[in-house]
Design a protein around this ligand. Sequence first.
Ligand SMILES: Cc1cc2nc3c(=O)[nH]c(=O)nc-3n(C[C@H](O)[C@H](O)[C@H](O)COP(=O)(O)O)c2cc1C
Length: 322
Amino acid sequence: MHALSAGDVDLTTILADMTLPNPVMTASGCAAAGRELHQFFDVADLGAVVTKSIMRDPRSGRPTPRMAETPSGMLNSIGLQGPGIDAFLAVDLPWLVRRRARPIVSIAGSTLVEYAELARRVGQSPGVTAVEVNISCPNVENRGLVFACDPYQAAKVISVVRRETPPGVPVLAKLSPDVTSIVTVAESVMEAGATGLTLVNTLLGISIDTESLRPVLGGVTGGLSGPAIRPVALRCVWQVHQAMPEVPVVGVGGIASGQDALEFLLAGASAVQVGTVIFNDPGAPMRVVAELAAELAARGFAKAADAVGFAHRPARLPGDTG
Ligand SMILES: Cc1cc2nc3c(=O)[nH]c(=O)nc-3n(C[C@H](O)[C@H](O)[C@H](O)COP(=O)(O)O)c2cc1C
């Protein structure tokens, strides 16, 4: 038997009714709507492009500064700055569709009515591969508590989005790791009609400037991302796959190499997203595709799908030849 080479590996990914050429996507908010990345590689070569969460109205985001470096990650408090749904549907989405990319449109709202309107308008737009629902937003109708941190509120958003989105368009619920039980929230949104899960959004953090003696970020708290959160994100994927192995999962959090991506597949993710690393290496998503193929080949996986959840299998005992 000859050793596999990277070119022999079948990276085709079937995820919640979507068939993608490979399992690597951009993470929402880390590559806008893909246009800036197109100078580094063809965005149609990615498994999918997940767009920055779009809200109903144009927003200027939170006060500056909005970014802070941490030893192995980044804190951001961008606050969902964006052009609003009208401009997104008129300019950004048609560009991705023309490029033959597979757009997964991330939506975010502060009320159920906003989520419903966004889901309806995005779901009816031609060329949308899936809707990803960012529920890590404050619920203005419930004391500003984040939807994603309450299984009941999280499910309410997903059931509204599912109802308003055409049946053929998959709905991915993107969960927050800042909860006591990720499995409880995962079960709740799956019951509410999600087709799959994206795990995870940033962790809430804070940084204090010891010169000014005040918080660094204008918004005080921010989302922690990058290598620091990889073990947490991986743990979430692991726990959810263990509890619900049939549920399609997209893993995200600190992925910067093919080896990182392989870890997420082995934990149970069918696909992965690449986020923070793009800010210092814009070519990272396609590099991860190539590196993942090489990592799979080196371990004898002829198909990426064969690696999904592999780490949950009992280890072979010494002398076990079966
Ligand atoms: C600058 C920045 C902006 C982000 N914006 C969004 C967003 O609009 N919607 C969303 O669901 N996640 C957003 N995220 C979270 C990422 O999509 C991702 O879940 C998280 O950063 C973990 O992945 P990473 O460590 O690879 O960046 C953002 C992250 C960063 C760093």
